[in-house]
Design a protein around this ligand. Structure first.
Ligand SMILES: [Fe+2]
Length: 187
């Protein structure tokens, strides 16, 4: 599997002229995703940490562009990274808003970790799932149908939280307290 090094990720973000606030968001999502990954690895699960690292950092790669074009940034972000020769990263980025399948395997995978991490970071702050949901509903629920769809996704995300934290030694509300323990991508 070919993965971009941290330096290459930063170069890609710079090339996309990522605004500081999305960069701060992406870096925090990445730290959360690595914290969760480390906990899952410690519990004996098999996850590719460098894959989580790159995918979380790059998950909003086409978002700045989407403000102008209206494109679906999870889909185009996935395509962008696949076209650059990183299909595994693209596969995860494409699923950061909604997973192709919830609970596809017996144990959590990298896509689930990145998807959940993004749901715990509102701008550059760690928040409970419900706060992020309130924000998403207020900002994105354009119709009653769409609102119902978002609520269904939310139900799945709550189950995803239970699934991930079943392996971890701390509670969802303790995420911030544990963040300081995350080590760098090269660990
Ligand atoms: Fe996003």
């Amino acid at each position: 599997m070919r993965l971009p090094e941290r330096e290459e990720c930063l170069r890609m973000l710079a090339q996309m002229q990522m605004p500081d606030h999305i960069l701060a968001h992406s870096e925090l999502v990445c730290r959360v995703a690595l914290l969760l990954t480390d906990g899952l690895l410690a519990a004996g699960l098999s996850l590719n940490r460098p894959l989580v690292d790159a995918s979380a950092l790059l998950h909003d790669i086409t978002k700045p562009r989407s403000f102008k074009t209206g494109e679906n940034h999870s889909r185009t972000g996935g395509e962008y990274l696949t076209d650059l020769g990183y299909p595994e990263v693209g596969h995860i980025v494409r699923q950061h808003v909604i997973l192709d399948a919830y609970f596809a395997g017996d144990t959590p995978n990298e896509a689930e970790v990145v998807n959940y991490a993004d749901k715990r970071v509102l701008h550059d702050r760690i928040v409970p799932l419900d706060d992020r949901m309130d924000y998403i509903l207020a900002r994105y629920a354009k119709t009653a149908e769409h609102k119902q769809w978002l609520l269904n996704v939310w139900e799945q995300t709550t189950l995803l939280e239970d699934r991930l934290f079943a392996y971890l030694t701390f509670e969802p509300a303790q995420l911030t307290d544990h963040l300081g323990r995350v080590v760098g991508p090269q660990a």
